[in-house]
Design a protein around this ligand. Structure first.
Ligand SMILES: [Zn+2]
Length: 370
């Protein structure tokens, strides 16, 4: 017996992240990809109708689920939006080295330091620099330093990766190299998720109800209640959010991983609710498999534990398909037991979706800013 809650339908309309641009916008293909597929439909398994290369410019008419609609050889097509950057013909990155206003030099203090077209991690990577490289300084903005590059152009580097900024970056991990250090443990999360691609994977869907709990409640329906708040909380923090499903449809485990791999995913978070024949079993747990996800798992479980009024079952090493086959940092969250009366009443409470959203978002903010 399956009760169709109106809520599922409601969520479907709210979280469909579609936007039509009033005017076409010009975007440029990132230099981080060698070839970008143009597809017939906004899905990574859709037919390829053409290819774009780094630096190509495209006009975009519409956005849907992290895909941009464009025209390719007169035909409508779709490209993954995270490989495209707003074209910046008039931006300061084009200004010439002759505009250098003083003789100050900047010394890079970490290998693999990214030089970007603007003063934020969301800007395109122009080139890389190494520990000890020096560049003439042009300007500063917030914590970022504009430098003059050998080819006459200018670029921006995070100040804390240079002698201009105080804090050394964790040089062992270049993916964190632009993240300033903050003392965030046990306090409100500092920083934000600007420029981070977060894949949210609502478990089950369609003919797969997931766990069935007390009174016949279904995991797939209760999960969807929290997805809209999770997406908006993450977006509020500046993240690019990609959903593996936004309505009650079946998505295979292979496709969930494929979606994770088709973006520069910084974290893949699968959302589930737990079940056990023993109705006394309760609480929340965070599951990981690959080593690149372990520290994220501990940070996440701590954040969820402080946000949700449920027992803390801890972090678990688990060879689940979406974790085992994922190249990106990936977690599976079990956010309570729908077979336990107390857990279920919390899960069905009004505040639960917002609490889960805060727990997940704060966990990610702490991890990426630590
Ligand atoms: Zn599940």
């Amino acid at each position: 017996m399956r009760k169709v809650t109106g809520l599922t339908l409601l969520c479907f309309f709210f979280i469909l992240p579609a936007a039509v641009f009033a005017q076409e916008k010009t975007y440029e293909v990132s230099s981080t990809v060698s070839a970008l597929m143009v597809r017939e439909e906004p899905a990574s398994n859709s037919d390829v109708i053409g290819k774009l290369k780094a630096g190509d410019k495209v006009k975009v008419f519409k956005e849907e689920h992290g895909w941009f609609q464009t025209y390719f050889n007169g035909q409508q097509g779709w490209v993954a939006s995270h490989y495209l950057y707003a074209s910046s013909e008039s931006s300061s990155s084009e200004s010439s080295a002759s505009e250098v206003s003083n003789d100050q030099e900047v010394t890079i203090q970490a290998d693999g330091t990214r030089i970007r077209t603007g003063p934020e991690t969301s800007y395109r990577i122009q080139t890389m620099a190494s520990n000890g490289d020096t560049f003439p300084m042009v300007d500063t903005q917030n914590d970022w330093v504009q430098i003059s590059l050998p080819d006459g152009s200018t670029g921006w580097v995070a100040g804390w990766l240079t002698n201009e900024g105080g804090q050394a970056a964790p040089a062992s991990d270049t993916s964190l190299a632009e993240t300033p250090q903050v003392n965030s443990s046990n306090t409100a999360a500092n920083g934000d998720l600007s420029g981070y691609n977060i894949v949210i994977d609502p478990g089950h869907g369609g003919h797969d109800p997931g766990a069935v709990g007390l009174h016949g409640v279904q995991e797939k329906d209760l999960i969807m209640r929290a997805i809209n708040p999770i997406v908006s909380e993450l977006e509020k923090a500046g993240a690019n959010v990609i959903l593996t499903r936004s309505d009650d449809r079946f998505v295979s485990l292979e496709d969930r991983v494929r979606i994770s791999h088709s973006y520069n995913t910084d974290a893949f978070i699968s959302i589930h609710l737990n079940t056990n024949p023993l109705t006394v079993i309760n609480g929340i747990s965070t599951h990981y498999y690959n080593n690149n996800s372990k520290s994220l798992a501990y940070t996440m479980q701590e954040s969820l534990g402080s946000q949700l009024n449920l027992a803390n079952r801890g972090v678990m090493y688990d060879g689940l398909y979406v974790l085992r086959n994922n190249n990106h940092p990936a977690l599976l969250l079990e956010l309570g037991f729908i077979t336990n009366a107390n857990d279920l009443s919390v899960i069905q409470s009004e505040s639960y979706p917002a609490d889960a959203a805060k727990g997940i978002t704060n966990g990610l903010i702490r991890y990426f800013n630590q």
